[in-house]
Design a protein around this ligand. Sequence first.
Ligand SMILES: *[C@@H]1O[C@H](CO)[C@@H](O)[C@H](O)[C@H]1NC(C)=O
Ligand SMILES: *[C@@H]1O[C@H](CO)[C@@H](O)[C@H](O)[C@H]1NC(C)=O
Ligand SMILES: *[C@@H]1O[C@H](CO)[C@@H](O)[C@H](O)[C@H]1NC(C)=O
Ligand SMILES: *[C@@H]1O[C@H](CO)[C@@H](O)[C@H](O)[C@H]1NC(C)=O
Length: 467
Amino acid sequence: MPMMRLTIGVCFMVLFMATRVYSFVGITWGRQQSQQLVPSMVVDLLLQNKIPALRLFTSASDIIQIFSGTNISISICLGNRVVNNLNRKDLAYTWINDRVNEPIKKGVKLVELSIGAEPFSNTFLKQATNYEVVNVIEIFRECLDEMDLGHVITTTAHGMDVLKVTKVPSESDFRDDIKGLMLQSLNFFNRTGTTFLLNLFPIQMIQEVLNYPIEFAFFDNKSKFKIQDGNFTYTNVVELMIDSIAWAVKKAGYPNMKIMIGQIGWPTDGYPHAHIKNAERFHKGLLKFLASNKGTPLRPGPIDAYLHSLSDENEFKTMFGAFQRHWGIYQADGNPKYKIDFSLQDRDEYPTQAKGIVTMPNRWCTFVGDKSDMDLVKKNYNFACEAADCTTMEEGPSCGKLTDESKISYAFNAYFQRKQQNEKACDFNGLGEITSTNPSVEECEFPVEILSFQDQVANNGMVKLRI
Ligand SMILES: *[C@@H]1O[C@H](CO)[C@@H](O)[C@H](O)[C@H]1NC(C)=O
Ligand SMILES: *[C@@H]1O[C@H](CO)[C@@H](O)[C@H](O)[C@H]1NC(C)=O
Ligand SMILES: *[C@@H]1O[C@H](CO)[C@@H](O)[C@H](O)[C@H]1NC(C)=O
Ligand SMILES: *[C@@H]1O[C@H](CO)[C@@H](O)[C@H](O)[C@H]1NC(C)=O
């Protein structure tokens, strides 16, 4: 018995030292989209690009099990709405058995359970009344330990709005209304040796909260903009954001608590400065920064991070803006949008594309151009945009400059593709027509639907088009 303890101790130390010296970079994947990448292709994509870890915004067993035998570290998420329904040990047991224990038995390297999605954010706290989340995390921790799943980490993610807005990081502290909850949760993290999980969205922070020049988001020192905080100089917003959290955590009594980035990225549409060139530039600088292992002024040393996100989610709620649907590094068809080197070697290359994705035929639905009854046109336009994704046409984004007529076509097509190119879905009271001529213009692409996972599974892997 003492021998075994020693072995575990040594293993732990090796692991501990390994994670202290180098940062690791994983990726996130959500599935709120009509065009879903097939999970087996995602596995292939991660392996080809040597991405070691995946943060999934689901706990669906059919998705998780596909990662069995891959040695990709998987983190799964228990959504805000479910948290309050699992506040009893018997309920937690059943959930863990189905969603954690079963996949692990089947060879999935499931390493983390994230309970609630930014439960203390101003918006979500009120909406989902997540005041119980820390109790639920404690219940899950107890159950996991009792079920011999002590190695599965229990955590929850935090957005920057857990802090009050301050001028410099050293002044930062948690919001008054959640101070008690934060102290309870930090105490739990400290007791269980859990890393503080932080979600960072620099593009929004700079423009909506801080009102700093956008150049401050990038790590390439092309601007002279700086923030001085005592002896610390901040040349970019990411370090400033991390240290703001680190100061608040320090003031709460945990100066050494490790901080990990649960989500960080740059959208390519739907917001000022959200486009492919900036996304490439942001990631290039960010990955160099992470690879340097130099850390931030207050927290020198490696920082682990998950890039957000693998693919766009065209059904994501746009509560904070259209950009929420455009975080993808990859397009729905499995092609990378821009150059990025996941291996942290700063190579100027596109990452490997996802192989074997099957798109539907090259067919689009467009507006016939009859404007004699504009009320009818508008009615159909609104109908299409309510059911499908029209966010690329909002102010600024890639399709914002389309003519009114093209905008109607774009909406009709979005709906038609959303309905798997069903011909009836291109009727629009006689205002729509199907065409094989690609109506895309310059940076505005009119998408073609891809075959979904479910379509392919339903056909035992045999691809059959539903047309
Ligand atoms: C599995 O991944 C870990 C890092 O996450 C690595 O240290 C280990 O060598 C990998 N094992 C195999 C068999 O590839
Ligand atoms: C955090 O945990 C460590 C190790 O268990 C303990 O020594 C320390 O007192 C804890 N800190 C606080 C503020 O509770
Ligand atoms: C930017 O400037 C800071 C401070 O002068 C320096 O530490 C950092 O290495 C520079 N980064 C790049 C990418 O040049
Ligand atoms: C700033 O640096 C000086 C000199 O190293 C040191 O004396 C001082 O305490 C530091 N101030 C703060 C706020 O850390």
